[in-house]
Design a protein around this ligand. Structure first.
Ligand SMILES: N[C@@H](CCC(=O)N[C@@H](CS)C(=O)NCC(=O)O)C(=O)O
Length: 312
C-alpha cells in the first residue's frame, strides 16, 4: 500500500499533467483564456445558387446537449420546418469525446466521417450543428448563429409558420448588439470560465458573465424579451445557455456566483420561452447532464452525474 502522502502527491502530479495535456489539445488558449476555434463553412442558401431552398434537401446534425446545436432545433420547430429539413441526432462517444451517428447517415457513423466526406483534407474540429446538403454531399454551414438565420429567412415558402420572423429588419441593430455581448460574456463566457487555465482568466470570464446577467436581469424587469414583446433570435441564443446554467455550468464550469433561479426576471424569461409551443420538446435535461458530466473527462474524471434538475 502506498502511504497517503505519496498517493496524494502522485495523484496530484498525474491529474495536473493530464489536465494540462487535455486542455492544451482540446481547449486552445491565449494567456490561459479559452479561444473558441472559428467555424469553417459559411455558405448561404438562396434561389438560383449552388444551395437553393428545397424541400427534403438539407439535414441538420445536432447533439441534444449542445447549446449551439439546440438553437437550430428550436428555430426549425418554431418555423414549422420539421417536414422540410431532417434532423439527425448525434451522441458523444465516451471513448474520444467525438460525435457518433448512432443510426448511420450518408454511410457515416461518426461526425468526423461526415466532415471528411465533405472534405477529406479537413483539419478543423468536427462540431455540431452541421447543415448538410444531401444533393451535393457537403456541408453548407457549420456555424449555429448563421444556420438559425438561414432557417428563419430561406424556407418561408415551405414553412408552416412563415409569418414568424425572428430576425426582422427593424430590430436588426438591437438584435446584433445583444448577440455580440451575449456571445462573448454568456454563450462563450460559460466556456471561458470552465476552460480557463489561469485563475485570472477564470475570474475575468466569471465577473464578465455575471455583470452581463445582472444587467439583463434589470433590463427584463420592464421587458418581456430582449427586444420588447417580440421574440427574436437573440432570445433563442440566450435561452439555450440559460437553461443549461443551473444544472451544468454552475458547478461543472464554476459559474457559481449565482444560479439563474436566483434571478427573478431571468427565471421568468426562461420559463416563458420554455413554454412556447414546440420549445419544451427540444430540451432534454437528462441528456444535457449525462453528456456534460459523463463525457467531458478533464472536468469530471469520475463521471458522476449530479442529481439536481431545473424546476420547469
Ligand atoms: N461556433 C460553433 C460552435 C459549435 C460547438 O462548439 N459545438 C460543440 C458541441 S457543444 C462541438 O461539437 N464540439 C466538438 C469538438 O469540438 O470536437 C457554433 O456555434 O456552431
Amino acid at each position: 500500500m502506498l502511504n497517503q502522502k505519496w498517493l496524494i502527491k502522485l495523484a496530484q502530479k498525474i491529474w495536473e499533467t493530464m489536465w494540462q495535456l487535455m486542455m492544451f489539445n482540446l481547449a486552445p488558449s491565449e494567456n490561459g483564456n479559452y479561444q473558441r476555434p472559428l467555424s469553417i463553412y459559411h455558405h448561404n442558401i438562396e434561389e438560383n445558387s449552388t444551395y437553393s431552398p428545397e424541400k427534403n434537401r438539407y439535414t441538420i446534425y445536432a447533439g441534444l446537449s449542445c447549446p449551439w446545436a439546440h438553437r437550430t432545433l428550436i428555430v426549425r420547430k418554431l418555423k414549422g420546418l420539421e417536414k422540410i429539413i431532417d434532423v439527425v441526432i448525434v451522441s458523444p462517444s465516451p471513448a474520444d469525446g467525438g460525435w457518433i451517428i448512432p443510426q448511420g447517415s450518408e454511410n457515416c457513423y461518426t461526425l468526423k466521417q461526415l466532415y471528411y466526406k465533405a472534405n477529406n483534407n479537413y483539419q478543423g474540429r468536427c462540431t455540431v450543428p452541421v447543415l448538410w446538403d444531401k444533393k451535393t454531399k457537403t456541408i453548407v454551414n457549420n456555424e449555429s448563429s448563421e444556420i438559425i438565420v438561414l432557417l428563419n429567412n430561406c424556407f418561408n415558402q415551405f414553412a408552416s409558420f412563415p409569418q414568424l420572423n425572428l430576425y426582422p429588419d427593424e430590430y436588426k441593430d438591437n438584435i446584433d448588439s445583444w448577440n455580440e455581448k451575449i456571445y462573448h460574456h454568456i454563450n462563450n463566457g460559460v466556456y471561458r470560465c470552465g476552460f480557463a487555465q489561469t485563475q485570472q482568466a477564470y475570474e475575468d470570464a466569471c465577473y464578465g458573465l455575471f455583470n452581463l446577467l445582472d444587467k439583463i436581469e434589470i433590463f427584463l424587469e420592464n421587458s418581456r424579451y430582449l427586444c420588447g414583446d417580440k421574440l427574436t433570435i437573440a432570445d433563442i441564443r440566450l435561452f439555450t445557455t440559460l437553461i443549461r446554467f443551473d444544472v451544468v455550468y454552475f458547478s461543472l464550469f464554476k459559474c457559481n456566483i449565482k444560479r439563474i433561479a436566483d434571478y427573478k426576471n431571468l427565471s421568468r424569461y426562461c420559463q416563458e420561452i420554455y413554454n412556447i409551443e414546440g420549445v419544451k420538446e427540444t430540451c432534454n435535461f437528462d441528456i444535457i447532464k449525462q453528456d456534460y458530466y459523463g463525457n467531458l473527462f478533464p472536468l469530471n474524471p469520475g463521471g458522476i452525474i449530479p442529481l439536481g434538475l431545473p424546476s420547469y
